[in-house]
Design a protein around this ligand. Structure first.
Ligand code: ZN
Length: 147
């Protein structure tokens, strides 16, 4: 899996923070065994403070886009990257797809009702539950390893 990184708000992204993101993305690819995947991942570092700290946008069959908004706290930054990289893993291995227009999602071979605008649906969706847990878990093992 190839990593490409683009930086939109150059002033708010120090070399240090860029290196943290790059290193965390590489770590997640390794932990999830995705290095042999033909797909590539584009990490876009943006600067605006929006509703979301991060998002995973499935672009094509062959590549993913992960957005990360500007953050200074490394702990939070690591969580965001590992949360979103878990969604990449889910798309690669778990057949996870959201069909936003039809309020449906596919997860591990099953089609289930899913309304992206419903907070309860969003919070309880199995892929979000896993991404929240793994965001913390990978951060823990990553930080232990980097010490
Ligand atoms: Zn998520």
């Amino acid at each position: 899996m190839r990593i490409k990184m683009t930086v939109k708000a150059k002033a708010s992204w120090s070399t240090f923070h860029r290196d943290v993101v790059k290193s965390a993305v590489a770590y997640a690819i390794d932990e999830y065994g995705m290095e042999d995947s033909e797909r590539s991942i584009v990490v876009k570092l943006i600067g605006c403070e929006g509703d979301h700290d991060g998002a995973m946008v499935k672009m094509t069959k062959d590549s993913f886009i992960v957005w990360v908004s500007s953050q200074t706290a490394v702990r939070k930054l690591l969580y965001i990257v590992f949360h979103e990289m878990t969604h990449v893993k889910q798309a690669v291995f778990d057949g996870w797809t959201q069909h936003d227009t039809e309020d449906l999602a596919t997860w591990k071979g099953e089609i289930m009702p899913y309304d992206v605008d419903d907070d309860k649906d969003y919070w309880n969706a199995p892929w979000e539950v896993e991404a929240r847990a793994m965001g913390k878990e990978l951060r823990k093992t990553y930080m232990r390893k980097m010490r």
